[in-house]
Ligand binder design. Structure first.
Ligand SMILES: [Zn+2]
Length: 420
């Protein structure tokens, strides 16, 4: 005699009820949504929790198999799914009396049709549900690309207008969720402050009037719109105190219906891994938004340590940094530098030299590589040295480290009494 647990395990989705003698009498089969449409099976007596579930299962089955299935009788109590004329395939799903359960009554799974090229089950709504992720990643997807994808996946043709409708529905779903999430930002900020004491969360909103920027209190009379958000977690603030005073900053465009720029500040931890410090969402990457971000960051990290900042060649960032933290060091990220450099000076050999110079640990080494580079491409050296990478800057920053014996302050004091 099987226990309920065993029958679950062995028959997966089937349930066996027993009579008093312990003999299996009625086998109950419940529909379980399959991950792959080719695994969808129907059989007489199978139970469904709703007609919508049944219709979805038939739709997946029809689109995947290329069957021109239609819902003939389609009301609140029953749905009859039939294949095209001359094909005997039919399934009737009907409600059981007195309960919210639906069961397959008539089932004939034999097909005599050929694969259809236009499928009545492939509605724009069904297609949209399959397109949501694609549209999220690639909002500018072309209608012809959608048509090609449908053809590649289902071997079916859809009209341009159906592709358009499907994209529209999918876009509405994606944008709808963005809209809802922006609306929940105010509560999210409060929750962050409540659950992470010490965390800095700044939400800047914009009033109705053009150019009117207000602080953190939304007016009662006007509906504020999102402008900027800054978050620096307490744990990150504290953790960064154990990292070297090096901060990398960069911005990237946000995909999605509302655009905007994500600004991020990262450090390096003692294991040389990235250490997130703070991030912000701003309307555009400009002097104003950068100085807003960096001044909030300095407030959080404190101005006691002088930081070395690494960034791309963003215009105006250099002056912003010098204004906000006089005496700080500012370097350009080599990866960004190289991306610009190689446009004019492509080639593997030059690339090798570029990175060797970047990794050089003492000025002689650097100069030697530059001399080699000069024999390969003298213009490249001109560009590299004159604008972005000067030996003098390098020395001023690292002199105490690369010439330790030349700096008496770095000598350890001897334990012994002076002889002279
Ligand atoms: Zn058929």
């Amino acid at each position: 005699m099987k226990s309920d647990y065993e029958s679950e395990e062995l028959l997966s989705g089937e349930d066996t009820s027993e009579d008093e003698g312990g003999h299996a009498k009625i086998r109950k089969v419940y529909y379980k949504p399959a991950h792959r449409p080719e695994n969808i099976r129907f059989e007489k007596g199978m139970f469904f929790s709703s007609l919508a579930q049944f219709k979805m299962a038939v739709t997946e089955y029809a689109v995947h198999g290329g069957y021109a299935i239609k819902f003939k009788k389609n009301d609140k109590e029953r749905v009859r799914a039939v294949c095209e004329a001359h094909c005997p395939w039919v399934i009737l799903c009907a409600k059981l009396d007195g309960q919210l359960t639906y069961q397959l009554k008539t089932v004939n799974l034999e097909h005599k049709c050929t694969r259809t090229y236009k499928n009545p089950r492939l509605s724009s709504k069904f297609l949209a549900s399959k397109l949501v992720n694609k549209v999220k990643q690639q909002p500018n997807i072309k209608l012809t690309q959608i048509q090609e994808k449908v053809h590649g996946k289902y071997v079916l043709h859809i009209s341009r207008s159906k592709a358009y409708r499907a994209k529209r529905v999918a876009m509405d779903q994606v944008e709808g969720s963005h809209k809802d999430q922006y609306a929940a930002l105010w509560d999210y900020c409060h929750e962050l402050r409540r659950s992470n004491p010490g965390t800095t969360v700044k939400l800047m909103v914009k009033g109705y009037k053009e150019g009117e920027v207000r602080g953190e209190q939304p007016g009662k009379d006007i509906q504020p719109t999102f402008q900027r958000l800054y978050i620096c977690f307490e744990a990150c603030k504290r953790g960064f105190q154990s990292c070297r005073p090096v901060i990398g900053i960069d911005g990237c465009h946000l995909k999605g219906p509302y655009g905007g720029i994500l600004l991020a500040a990262v450090g390096r931890d003692p294991n040389k891994e990235y250490f997130p410090i703070a991030f912000a969402v701003v309307e555009a990457e400009n002097k104003d938004s950068w100085s807003w971000f960096i001044s909030l960051l300095l407030e959080d990290l404190g101005n006691e340590r002088i930081y070395t900042w690494t960034s791309d060649q963003q215009k105006g960032l250099d002056t912003t940094l010098k204004e906000l933290q006089p005496g700080c060091e500012h370097r350009f990220c080599c990866r960004h530098l190289y991306n610009n450099f190689r446009k004019k000076h492509p080639g593997l050999l030059i690339r090798e030299h570029f990175w060797k110079a970047a990794y050089a640990t003492y000025p002689r080494h650097f100069e030697r590589i530059m001399a080699e580079l000069k024999t390969i491409d003298s213009e490249a050296v001109q560009w590299y040295v004159s604008d972005w990478y000067k030996v003098e800057t390098y020395k001023s920053c690292y002199a105490p480290l690369i010439y330790p014996t030349n700096d008496p302050n770095m000598w350890t004091s001897p334990q012994h009494v002076d002889i002279l």
